[in-house]
Design a binder for this molecule. Structure first.
Ligand code: HSE
Length: 308
């Protein structure tokens, strides 16, 4: 028996919501989990590349694979050992680009394995395991449930999350460069301590951002997609980020321009079909900077992980 699931990409942080906000995007990985035919044959991990353009050589195909690690924790949860399973990952989400490819395979592996086992774990357990493997819940929650999610990992490892309807006409343009940025590297440059002023800045932006989405208030949203906790330290890795922010600053239909997750993808949120101009501006800017990128304008994926 085997189970396949389709899991969306995600864009975490949205500026001020470091490690707690994220939304799902309609780019997908497909993960299949099955029991291997021969008992005792161990684990088998296959990666199938869905697009030609993304490097998947860095994805481990042994017990270090994060989908396997998550499945192992699920088996431990039900008092069993994860042996003799085959995991197939068909990749559509670019790796190491800040689009939640890791969370996607973790969530996909877990949800497929859970169904294969007869659904012993509920969503709360699966989200908690996924967030433990990932280290934070901001990609895992929207990957599982879709939409725009707020998520908080509690001290006991449980995760509280909430999903808020994302305004239909707020479009998401992702600028995916042709180079990778490892999340570990992107997190390693963050300071251990921040000033009270910077913490207060992010608190008010994040609180007002959630309210702006809830009330679908674009004018308020424009003031909220700002950050002092991670972007200032990471922008040196993100080619074109500063320039693009300056370029888009005066367009009243642009709600914001932020680093997607830990980068290097840039996320631009706009309304009233301004995305056409955004795409054009990005094309010109990135060409002048000599940076190759893939530009896509997307709507939020509201459904999350689906069994296929
Ligand atoms: N919140 C995470 C970060 C997302 O910014 O490092 C990347 O996994």
């Amino acid at each position: 028996m085997k189970v396949s699931v389709k899991v969306p990409a995600t864009s975490a942080n949205l500026g001020p919501g470091f490690d707690c906000l994220g939304l799902a995007l309609p780019i997908y990985n497909e993960i299949t989990v099955e029991e291997t035919v021969m008992p005792g044959s161990g684990i088998e991990i296959n990666i199938i590349e869905n697009t030609n353009s993304y490097d998947i050589l860095s994805v481990p195909k042994d017990k270090n694979n994060i989908a396997y690690k998550a499945i192992e924790l699920l088996y431990n949860f039900i008092g069993q050992t994860a042996s003799d399973i085959k995991i197939t990952i068909k990749t559509g989400i670019p790796v190491a680009r800040g689009l939640g490819s890791s969370a996607s395979v973790i969530v996909g592996g877990l949800m497929a394995a859970n169904k294969l086992l007869g659904n012993p774990a509920d969503d709360a357990v699966l989200l908690s395991i996924a967030s433990e493997v990932e280290g934070h819940p901001d990609n895992a929650a929207p990957a599982m449930f879709g939409g725009f999610c707020l998520a908080s990992m509690e001290d006991d490892g449980s995760v509280v999350y909430s999903k808020i309807q994302w305004p239909e006409n707020w479009k998401l343009t992702v600028i995916i460069p042709d180079y990778e940025l490892d999340t570990k590297i992107s997190r390693s440059v963050l300071p251990e301590k921040i000033s009270l002023q910077d913490a207060a800045f992010n608190l008010r932006k994040c609180a007002m951002l959630v309210d702006a989405v809830y009330r679908q208030d674009a004018e308020q949203m424009k003031k909220c997609l700002k950050d002092k906790l991670h972007q200032p330290y990471r922008e040196k890795f993100i080619k074109g980020f500063k320039e693009l922010n300056s370029l888009l600053d005066n367009n009243e239909d642009i709600l914001g321009c932020v680093i997607s997750g830990s980068g290097p993808t840039i996320l631009v949120i706009s309304k009233n079909n301004a995305f056409e101009k955004v795409e054009n501006d990005v094309n010109n800017l990135f060409e002048s900077l000599n940076v190759s990128c893939d530009i896509k304008t997307l709507s939020v994926e509201n459904e999350g992980t689906k069994v296929i």
